[in-house]
Design a protein around this ligand. Sequence first.
Ligand code: NAD
Ligand code: DAU
Length: 361
Amino acid sequence: MTRHILITGGAGFIAGNLVHHWAAAHPNDNLVVLDALTYAGNRATIEPLIAAGQIRFVEGDIGDRTLVDVLLAEHAITHIAHLAAESHVDRSISGPAAFLSTNVGGTFTLLEAFRTHWLAAGSPASWRFLHVSTDEVFGSLEPSDPPFNETTAYAPRSPYAASKAASDHLARAWQHTYGLPVLVSNCSNNYGPFHFPEKLIPLTLINILLGRPIPVYGDGANVRDWLFVEDHCRALERILLSGEPGHTYCIGGNNEVSNLDLVHQLCDLVDELASDQGLALPQRPSRELIRFVTDRPGHDRRYAIDASHIREALGWEPRVTVSEGLRRTVAWYLANRSWWEPLLSDDYSAYLVGQYAGQLS
Ligand code: NAD
Ligand code: DAU
């Protein structure tokens, strides 16, 4: 069977990496990307594949039912990997409306459009809808708590997490009630190439390269479980091809690191790789750029994932260690200034001023 796959949010960080991964691994599949090109969407991430005719790109909103209906029919879509979302916690605190609209309303529209399309085709058992979600739906862990797994109760605590939790519930309800072949994944923090500058890792790297202060929220002791994005893409591939509809898969890196430790590692790596390349940095050592700033309201203390279910059920586990992944990421940001520099627009500068309330000068 030829797969006709719609990847939503394909001009963003994870879905952009997934598009590259899938196009290389499955060149006979037809790939269509639907992306609204919000501030976080960057066509340049997938432009070479569009230009080479390897994928089709449609600019549009997942909440536009007419557009989605036409797209599903025209491209005879059999699989959806749904990643389009508003994804930044800080923006969900200052402006939650877009999160409700895209993450909840947009997911509802996609589920309904796919259900109609699937019914019209005679409800093929081989079709799939993979709803990509986050570990933030589970809330926050204490230091001695066991990691989240597929049976952990939902306890979202930010507007972003609440909107993702709502969309997860919709996705599971569509599977249970209508028999739509839906799968759900909940992943920990990703890092790697094509990561928008507002998130901690690219923000740190870009600020080092520009000689700007590195903002660390609160005491820097919050813990995240970091996964190299390529490993997440391999997990999504496994789930889409071999996962069981109605099942949930927790994906994580088994790499718990505090924010301050992580920022220290990044500073040291940039210092080392810049020296190797004979590149002068505006400030050395980079650790001197670190500033402790006002904490994120409601900041979750710790996330961690127990990924044993996906390992046992689908044979997936991470391949890239955190030291290798961070090194590759730092090297990518050093080599790809032409990707991230255009993203530092006036709008983005205004966002930084509002978000950090002048604490970065
Ligand atoms: P991102 O913000 O980098 O990209 C989101 C993409 O979605 C952008 O290209 C944007 O233009 C597009 N988009 C936004 N609203 C849209 C709309 N209404 N219609 C069509 N396109 C729209 O996000 P990301 O970090 O790559 O996350 C992708 C998905 O993975 C999200 O669903 C997120 O919740 C989930 N996730 C992210 C992480 C992480 O660490 N970044 C971890 C686990 C799960
Ligand atoms: O856990 C998965 C989630 O990971 C995804 O669902 C989200 O889409 C993704 O953005 C990410 O959320 P986080 O809030 O964990 O990522 P962020 O990069 O914003 O922050 C990582 C940690 O660093 C977090 O504890 C907050 C802290 N931080 C962040 C920023 C932007 C700082 O200390 N300073 C900062 O300036």
